[in-house]
Write a protein that binds this ligand. Structure first.
Ligand code: ADP
Length: 290
């Protein structure tokens, strides 16, 4: 190779290098622009997240204020119907008694709905306080037995609250546990025409306690099994329409279960029945779930 050839090649390589440098510069510029775009996009996302957060706070405050405001008038309607039904203002005709009972029932279900809404608002605002105490499950079950025996009036459905196999003692918020179980039981009674509603408790292999409400009712299709834990969701069916509730019960129970450091499990077969389980640790760890 001659010197001239060498020089020509060096020049050629230099030219290539310059071309590459220009290309790299162009790419770097493009990258910087893209970066600026991404940064702007992040800023916008931040703004949107802040706006959503504010919206959610407003919703929570609205729910909470509205529930508080509705509770007092509803309580007085319920108390008045109680007085009327106790004949404190004189006896009622059969028709009047029937109508006042209907008013009482509607006011009560409205009050239940308001209470559920208030609880949901409190949980969302992280304002619910657990009252941790040491309590045997047998005590929680005794309360449920006393509460539901008079309400379980369908003779074709047996209502059984089994004594816990050993004396299982929990350190937890017993009121909130009872609230979840009350919800399971009232659903089970609502959706069971014949057979039994059975409340049981047993320890799991991992040491946690499973509190179960099993029924022999209409069951829940696999596609609906997770949907029913979403707010305001109910299964669309003729029986479900007849006994419409609020669709807030199960979402609330799931939130409460998480707050208690536990979870809810559901097993169900259409036409055979359902088993709702609240699984909680024996001892609630402060700060758990909340
Ligand atoms: P609500 O009972 O007030 O409608 P829930 O959130 O408690 O609201 O229940 C949501 C839906 O889940 C009910 O409407 C019903 O369709 C279904 N469901 C709940 N429990 C049972 C059950 N034990 N058996 C059959 N379906 C049930």
């Amino acid at each position: 190779m001659t010197t001239t050839d060498l020089e020509a090649e060096v020049q050629e390589l230099r030219a290539q290098l310059r071309a590459r440098e220009t290309e790299v510069e162009r790419l770097a510029q493009e990258l910087a622009e893209t970066n600026r775009g991404v940064v702007a996009l992040y800023a916008e996302l931040d703004d949107r997240a802040a706006a959503l957060g504010q919206l959610s706070d407003t919703k929570t405050r609205f729910l909470s204020d509205m529930s508080h405001e509705l509770r007092a008038p509803l309580a007085s309607v319920i108390n008045l119907t109680r007085l009327l039904l106790a004949y404190s203002d004189g006896p009622l005709t059969a028709e009047q008694e029937y109508q006042v009972t209907l008013i009482q029932r509607s006011a009560q279900s409205l009050a239940d709905m308001v209470n559920d809404l208030l609880d949901i608002a409190k949980i969302e605002a992280r304002k619910i306080e657990l009252r941790i105490e040491t309590v045997p499950v047998s005590e929680i079950f005794a309360g449920l037995r006393g509460l539901f025996r008079p309400l379980a009036t369908n003779e074709r459905v047996e209502f059984i609250v089994e004594d816990p196999p050993e004396s299982i003692v929990l350190v937890t918020d017993a009121q909130r546990i009872a609230q979840v179980l009350r919800n399971f039981i009232s659903n089970a009674l609502k959706f069971t025409d014949a057979g039994a509603v059975r409340v049981t408790a047993h320890p799991l292999d991992d040491g946690r306690i499973s509190l179960d409400v099993a029924d022999t009712g209409i069951g829940i299709a696999p596609a609906d099994q997770s949907r029913i834990f979403e707010d305001y969701t109910q299964v669309d069916g003729p029986i479900q329409k007849r006994v419409r509730g609020t669709g807030l019960g199960l979402p609330l129970t799931r939130k409460l279960a998480l707050l208690l450091g536990g979870e809810i499990r559901l097993e169900s077969r259409v036409g055979e029945g359902s088993r709702f389980s609240l699984i909680v640790p024996r001892i609630h760890q402060t700060g758990q779930g909340a």
